[in-house]
Design a protein around this ligand. Structure first.
Ligand code: NAD
Length: 475
């Protein structure tokens, strides 16, 4: 048996906020076997009936929203307003997929043979596994669970050990709404438990969100067994600011994109690429804004930047900043832990680096924290080249009033999601979400009407309605 999971308050590591008992490999196997056995009942319900239960779950979730948001703040550390928004997002996702459960249709056509109707239907895969990260502890689980359940799959979900409480509560809400206990189950634990789930022989598909290294490893493992794999992975997302943009607006986008949630969003702005005439002014104003941001615990009014998930995350970011400085990068703000009362939490001052380039981890890799690397570009072409010159392709943004150049950026960007005059994070629950290149190990999309594709397979049916009745002549 692995050690008890201990969640500490990211804003003050002296405080233990929750403990959980992890599963072991035998329990994972037993849970998967029970879920697999329950699938035919759940998948056999009419889609609209499953939709009704998801609608009810959305309503029940709304009734627990404050309590849930506070649990997210306690375990994950984000701002209470962000946790509130995340719970609302989870409810919206459940509602959207409640509708999708009613629309699990296909194509209908005349068959090539006379008196034949041809149609397609989408059916559930069977048992699916979901592995989720800690940084959106309820929204990401919801946007995997909702389409998986809407389609009629049985589900076993493994949340991150860093903040598993929200998933336990979400699953409880779904059970209370009427989803059978056996058809939807949770296993707790870290990499070992994730690996046991991925290795289960009943599994038809695995949907993973997390780091690129783990996602690529899992893709290889399950791919070798013919298990369908979806991987939503890391990013190193650029915001391009063209010379015609309003500098104050651009700095607002950069600051929100880079430092909200302490930069712990897969879509956070990690690189700011500014066309040369605005470079110095934007860099200066951005660094000033970074220095002014208020750090503190997620539940405290007026706080703008919450802590990182734990001390190891702070260390990893500081290492990357030091490595960039050792190669000539210039620190324009941050790069230090605050002192005073905040020293008990995993806080890091919002960090702006200039003079950056390839070879530095802030450019070549994903550094998951409040760090933004600023570069200048001589024109749009160079800005596009810099924006694309990383292995990742999750989100990208451009700030400009020139529609023609904005669309040139959209066309040439190697990112799965592109924002014009918005910051790199964000997306709507009714639109597809996902990356290109190393940001997605599979090309499947989450959210929106696309999401259910991953969790279903298609069947084509030919229905000959001219067959003779018993005793009737076929002519
Ligand atoms: P992580 O890869 O460390 O862990 C993700 C999940 O995988 C957790 O549940 C973890 O317990 C499990 N896990 C870890 N090692 C495993 C293994 N060897 N086998 C099976 N399971 C394993 O990521 P994290 O630190 O929880 O989350 C941050 C990362 O997630 C960042 O890289 C971020 O960009 C990424 N992310 C991506 C998206 C997206 O949609 N693209 C969204 C949010 C977060």
């Amino acid at each position: 048996m692995s050690a008890t999971i201990v969640c500490r308050n990211p804003a003050d590591a002296r405080e233990v906020v929750a403990t959980y008992e992890p599963a072991d490999a035998q329990e994972v196997a037993a849970v998967c076997a029970r879920a697999h056995a329950a699938q035919s009942y759940w998948g056999g319900l009419p889609g609209p009936r499953r939709g009704e239960l998801l609608h009810r779950a959305a309503e029940l979730l709304r009734r627990r929203d404050r309590q849930l948001a506070r649990r997210i703040v306690a375990e994950e550390g984000k701002l209470l307003a962000d946790a509130d928004a995340e719970v609302s997002r989870a409810a919206a996702v459940l509602r959207f997929h409640a509708g999708e459960a009613e629309r699990l249709g296909g194509e209908l056509a005349d068959g090539a043979q006379a008196q034949t109707l041809a149609f397609t239907r989408r059916r559930a895969l069977g048992l699916v596994g979901l592995i989720t990260p800690w940084n959106f502890p309820i929204a990401i689980p919801a946007w995997k669970l909702a389409p998986a359940l809407a389609a009629g799959n049985a589900v076993v979900i493994k949340p991150s050990s860093a903040a598993p409480g929200a998933v336990l509560e979400l699953v409880d809400v779904l059970h209370e709404a009427g989803v059978p206990q056996e058809a939807l189950q949770v296993v707790l634990g870290g990499a070992e438990v994730g690996l046991a789930l991925a290795a289960d022989p009943h599994l038809r598909a695995l949907s993973f969100t997390g780091s690129t290294a783990v996602g690529e490893q899992l893709a290889r493992r399950v791919g070798a067994r013919g298990v369908r794999f979806q991987g939503e992975l890391g990013g190193n997302n650029p915001l391009v600011v063209l010379a015609d943009a309003d500098p104050a607006y651009a700095v607002g986008l950069a600051s929100e994109g880079a430092f909200a949630a302490a930069g712990q969003k897969c879509t956070a702005t990690r690189r700011l690429i500014v066309e040369r005439p605005l470079y110095e002014a934007v860099l200066e104003a951005f660094a000033k804004r970074a220095r002014e941001l208020v750090l503190g615990a997620g539940g405290v009014d007026g706080v703008e930047v919450p802590p990182l998930i734990d001390a190891a995350a702070v260390e990893a970011v500081l290492d990357a900043v030091a490595q960039a400085q050792s190669l000539g990068a210039e620190l324009r703000s941050g790069g230090v832990r605050p002192d005073g009362e905040l020293r008990h939490g995993s806080f890091l001052a919002p960090t702006v680096l200039a003079g950056v380039g390839p070879g530095m981890r802030v450019i070549d890799e994903e550094v998951f924290g409040p760090v933004c690397a600023v570069q200048s570009a001589s024109d749009l072409e160079e800005a596009i080249a810099l924006a694309n010159a990383v292995p990742y392709g999750l989100s990208a943004a451009i700030c400009t009033n020139d529609l023609r150049r904005a669309f040139q950026f959209v066309r040439c960007s190697d990112a799965g999601m592109v924002h014009v005059n918005r910051s790199t994070p964000g997306g709507d629950p009714h639109m597809p979400f996902g990356g290109l290149k190393a940001s997605s190990a599979s090309g499947w999309r989450e959210q929106g009407t696309e999401a259910v594709r991953f969790f279903t397979e298609q069947q084509t049916v030919y229905l000959h309605h001219g067959a003779p009745a018993a005793g009737e002549s076929p002519l």
